[in-house]
Design a protein around this ligand. Structure first.
Ligand SMILES: Nc1ccn([C@@H]2O[C@H](COP(=O)(O)OP(=O)(O)OP(=O)(O)O)[C@@H](O)[C@H]2O)c(=O)n1
Ligand SMILES: C[C@](O)(CO)[C@H](O)COP(=O)(O)O
Length: 266
């Protein structure tokens, strides 16, 4: 069975635990400059299917996720809506819904942070847990999505999936001339560092407050919650939740998809 259709354990909660509805915001408005010339990154294909469709399927694979808000390129919301309608899950679901997961599309902004904020503003009431997931991480396994949801349901205000580093990391000073040697000033203890992925999961009120309060340009939502002084916890991430950023990442993503298809026999 594929990761896209595998049943999700995230709803197997004890009977006394209240149901908390989960929504996901998928920022997909980036241009993909580092990937090179072409369509906006989220609309480029992997295995013949747009990256964004893989990402929405990955989130919708969790039974806990009842709404996905896709944040499209600023002038591309209608195109993205048509694309998602055309790729709705098999079974003849109505427009705007993939199985038991509804979706909506809103236009994004100039930065990831602004796009996430616009997605959050569009969220209807009734979803108390919000995941934020990069469209550029199309192959995240459902078990990782569910682990993040579980940690928020267990009481964490902010949760990030994260992996230990494979490389030693150096802190450097800027080079004297562009492209020149960069003086190394420190080697942080790798054992205490993590590479952070998405989906990141939040208590909705905390995430909204973070986006209302923090004005610095930051690269992930959890760091905004850190700036509020609220605790953020890391849970194990997954190698297949990597971000498609540069051309070589596309090669890896195609290989992962091909392996899944071989394993699943389709
Ligand atoms: N104005 C922006 C910029 C980024 N993103 C989204 O944020 C996620 C992570 O960003 P990144 O991988 O950096 O994507 P791009 O900004 O498209 O890449 P680049 O920096 O190479 O242009 C992606 O899903 C991207 O679509 C967004 O919604 N709105
Ligand atoms: C949110 C993120 O994917 C966590 O690793 C990352 O920070 C996005 O960074 P980018 O520079 O926008 O690719």
């Amino acid at each position: 069975m594929s990761d896209e259709s595998r049943p999700s354990p995230a709803d197997d909660r004890p009977a006394d635990r209240p149901i908390t509805r989960v929504a996901a915001v998928i920022p997909a408005a980036g241009r993909g400059v580092r990937l090179g010339p072409g369509a906006p990154k989220a609309l480029r294909t992997l295995g013949g299917t747009p990256m964004l469709v893989h990402a929405v399927r990955a989130l919708a694979a969790s039974r806990a996720v009842s709404l996905v808000v896709v944040v499209a390129p600023p002038d591309g919301a209608a195109e993205v809506k048509s694309l998602l309608d055309a790729h709705a899950l098999p079974g003849g679901t109505p427009s705007g819904s993939w199985g038991s997961t509804d979706f909506m599309v809103v236009p994004g902004g100039d930065s990831r942070q602004e796009s996430v904020r616009l997605g959050l503003e569009a969220l209807p009431p009734g979803h108390d847990i919000v995941l934020v997931h990069d469209a550029a991480r199309p192959l995240v396994p459902v078990d990782t999505v569910d682990a993040v949801i579980e940690a928020v349901r267990d009481g964490a205000a902010a949760v990030v999936p994260a992996l230990p580093l494979a490389d030693t990391v150096k802190q450097v000073e800027p080079a004297a001339v562009p492209g020149g040697p960069e003086p190394v000033v420190a080697t942080p203890d790798r054992a205490r560092l993590r590479a952070v992925q998405t989906p990141q999961g939040f208590d909705r009120a905390t995430l909204v407050r973070a986006h209302e309060t923090v004005t610095d340009d930051v690269t992930d939502d959890a760091s905004m919650v850190e700036q509020l002084g609220e605790p953020v916890v890391a849970v194990p991430g997954h190698e297949e939740a990597f971000k498609v950023t540069r051309p070589l990442d596309l090669v890896l993503a195609e290989a992962v998809l091909a392996r899944r298809r071989l394993n699943d026999g389709f």
